[in-house]
Design a protein around this ligand. Structure first.
Ligand code: LP5
Ligand code: MN
Length: 258
């Protein structure tokens, strides 16, 4: 592809209407201008199974926006830690192609490793144990066979547990908590070494920035995507951005100003 837009962590939910509207506008106006769009996970606040989407008008609206976009430009999806249960039914209906986490892609003659980013947070031992459990196919099968209201209830519990734990740890020691929930240099180094690529793009940490990093002899660049939040009352400045890649290089596209 000669041009692409990359986004992640939109956390779509009906209770965040401004964020959702910006996403719909993105699908209609921004995204069709490029050859490929990569969604690097956590498009939804959470996902409890493709069957749940059929009786959610909101999820249907998102589905149609993506399906419409897929007719104009190639769309790719990588699972996030909140929507890893997005399955083949939803992907088929939206026309999105699933990419493994991590994947190596070529955009405008340069190679990039793409991933959600949660697997790089190796200092978050509790989360990695949790991840290992919920990514097991047999556990997922068990979960997907539960009644929908159980699944929603479990998802809500996991979300609030995640939120509370973050607050508790942040109150104990903000610095330790930041280090715990960020990617580690070692994990990034191992990833770029394994894929033999020196440019890495991920989301998840909600810490958008361009880094030039090094460990031993190895050097690489890392771009972190931003989350989207246009609704949160505590956040004085709304944020939403995409990473744009073309022959000119890599840059952040501010979707609030644009
Ligand atoms: O998402 P975010 O940014 O708030 O926090 C993440 C980690 N939290 C999570 C949990 C998700 O937010 C909620 C996922 C909902 C998915 C719905 C489908 C559920 C299907 C499950 C069955 C297949 O990912 C958080 C990290 C943080 O990122 C920073 O990187 O710290 O990690 C945690 O909060 C996990 C805790 O550390 C471990 C808690 C263990 C809880 C044990 C409950 C076991 C119940 C299992 C039920 C199936
Ligand atoms: Mn995430």
């Amino acid at each position: 592809y000669s041009s692409a837009l990359l986004i992640s962590d939109i956390h779509l939910t009906p209770s965040m209407p401004l964020t959702a509207q910006r996403f719909f506008d993105f699908c209609e106006k921004d995204a069709p201008k490029v050859q490929a769009v990569f969604i690097l996970g956590d498009l939804f606040e959470y996902w409890v199974g493709d069957d749940a989407a059929s009786n959610s008008p909101f999820q249907q609206e998102v589905l149609h926006a993506l399906a419409n976009l897929s007719t104009k430009t190639k769309t790719y999806y990588i699972h996030g830690n909140r929507d890893f249960l997005i399955g083949s039914a939803f992907l088929k209906k939206t026309g999105m192609a699933l990419l493994a986490d991590p994947s190596c892609v070529e955009i405008a003659d340069k190679k990039y490793v793409l991933c959600h980013g949660d697997a790089l947070c190796t200092a978050d031992v509790g989360y990695q144990i949790f991840r290992g459990i919920v990514r097991k196919p047999w556990i997922q099968k068990l979960f997907l066979n539960m009644p929908l209201h159980w699944r929603r209830s479990i998802a809500n519990h996991l979300r609030s547990n995640s939120h509370t734990q973050y607050q508790v740890e942040a109150n104990k020691s903000p610095l330790n908590n930041q280090m715990r929930t960020n990617v580690t240099l070692e994990a990034c180094a191992a990833l770029v070494r394994g894929q033999s690529v020196d440019q890495l793009i991920h989301g998840h940490t909600h810490l958008p920035a361009h880094h030039k990093e090094q460990l031993g002899e190895q050097t690489w660049q890392r771009w972190v995507l931003s989350d989207w939040d246009l609704d949160h009352p505590e956040r004085t400045t709304p944020r939403a951005s995409a990473l744009s890649i073309d022959s000119q290089g890599v840059r952040y596209l501010d979707l609030i100003k644009a």
